[in-house]
Design a protein around this ligand. Structure first.
Ligand code: KE4
Length: 426
């Protein structure tokens, strides 16, 4: 029995599916998951001693790569003074100021400990501020596992082909309307017929696979929100500090009323953020009556990791990551073309994705038309050759500042070989 198999057999008796988050179980690709021992930069090593170039990067949380020196140094310094107090500290102020410098539309914010906490709190605030109960999300978008979001959700829910999760009261699920991404007509029709508290959207979808907004889509959501009195929530847990330093507002010029962040903003430690218009955020306790709280919210360790990460994410660093992602996607397209494999691949900043279909992929229904069987063969061919991609056809990939020319070049070689292998040509 390999070391990984031994660990996973113990895990199987402890955790549902042997994992602490469903997508890690490899149910979307088959086979046994790799068990990771360590990571450094763009690479990870499993407990069997195998090394991989990693594009999962803890689902987008690691913008500087694994064990980034800047983050480790900051953690080493801060932890000497304690790890959490459950009281105000200057570190949370420093991270909040860094966020607001980059995203000035986030006039006021609240730290929480996960993306799910951020999105569920933003929706509670929207419902309180508008006095309305119904929200609208998009098919295949994933906003964490709060009950209201487990309706036609993406990510692990789509990967596992689960019906919208049992345990969510039908009365609550009925308050979540859905529409296809990129379909303004459907949104306009729903928003005009049902008073909405909010429309929540991934400005660039990463949880149905990678699907960018069509020109005018996000602008149209802003217009519909203004016309109907619904709030617009940009869930930037995945896109934040990836599609542009200032997020969707900088990339698309559209300003949401509330924005949620996670992943990158914690530098690999548990952090979520919700924030936006000051008049809305001042409704949150104790300033206002909308309650939300958290034991480890703003804890010094997580704040230190976030400060170190955002400080290192200079404009030049963003540009280098964008260039690396562009080279990866262009190379992927070239290899697929030479192998005669239908491919739709794209990136937005350092976030990227691909579907084995000629496309276009505008929404979840289009994504579902991709060749998932081919994807599974490709995924394992790549893993066997030392490339760690998301173990799901409905997730995105991430480039870090540690993915240099050598890593992208090696990845492209493996991708080319894996396309051939999946096609049965080698
Ligand atoms: P967390 O509660 O997992 O920190 O964040 C939830 C969330 C909210 N919004 C968006 C746009 C997200 O992508 C996520 C979480 N993303 C998934 C990966 N697609 C996390 C990985 C997992 O579930 O294990």
């Amino acid at each position: 029995m390999t070391r990984a198999a031994e660990i996973m057999s113990r895990a199987a008796s402890l955790f549902p599916g042997g994992v602490n988050s469903p997508v890690r179980a490899f149910r979307g690709v088959g086979g046994e998951p790799i068990v990771i021992k360590s990571g450094k930069g763009a690479r990870i090593t499993d407990v069997n001693g195998r090394e991989y170039i990693d594009f999962v990067m803890s689902w987008g949380a690691l913008a500087l790569g694994h064990a980034a020196p800047e983050v480790l140094d900051a953690l080493g310094r801060v932890m000497q003074d304690g790890t959490t107090f459950g009281a105000p500290t200057e570190l949370e102020v420093q991270l909040g100021e860094l966020i607001r410098e980059r995203m000035p539309h986030i006039e006021m914010m609240r730290f929480v400990s996960s993306g799910t906490e951020a999105t569920m709190s933003a929706v509670r605030l929207a419902r309180a501020a508008t006095g309305r109960e119904t929200i609208l999300k998009f098919d295949g978008c994933y906003h964490g596992h709060a009950d209201s979001f487990l309706v036609k959700a993406g990510s692990g829910v789509e990967t596992l082909g689960l019906p919208d999760s049992p345990g969510v009261p039908a009365s609550l699920a009925a308050l979540t309307l859905t529409a296809p991404f990129n379909d303004l007509d459907q949104v306009r029709s729903l928003a005009r017929s049902t008073p909405l508290a909010a429309m929540i959207v991934e400005p660039v979808v990463g949880n149905s696979g990678f699907i960018p907004p069509e020109p005018g889509f996000l602008e149209g959501l802003r217009t519909i929100a203004d016309e109907t009195g619904a709030l617009l929530i940009f869930d930037e847990v995945m896109t934040g500090f990836r599609i542009a330093p200032g997020g969707a507002r900088e990339r698309f010029g559209v300003t949401a009323d509330l924005t949620t962040l996670g992943k990158v903003v914690g530098g690999g430690l548990p952090v979520g953020v919700y924030g936006g218009r000051r008049d809305l955020m001042e409704r949150i306790a104790p300033a206002g009556p909308v309650y939300q709280a958290g034991t480890l919210s703003g804890n010094p360790l997580a704040m230190a990791a976030g400060i170190a990460t955002l400080t290192a994410l200079t404009t030049d660093t963003h540009r280098a990551m964008d260039t690396a992602a562009a080279r990866l996607v262009d190379g992927f397209r070239g290899s697929a073309s030479r192998a005669g494999v239908p491919l739709t691949a794209d990136h937005a900043g350092s976030m990227w994705g691909y579907f084995f279909t000629s496309g276009p992929v505008r929404n979840l229904d289009d994504a579902r038309k991709s060749d998932v069987a081919f994807f599974k063969r490709f995924f394992h061919a790549a893993l066997d050759r030392g490339l760690n991609l998301a173990p799901s056809a409905f997730e995105a990939g991430f480039v870090s500042s540690a993915h240099g020319s050598a890593e992208i070049g090696s990845a492209l070689s493996i991708i080319s070989e894996s396309l051939e292998a999946a096609s049965g040509k080698n």
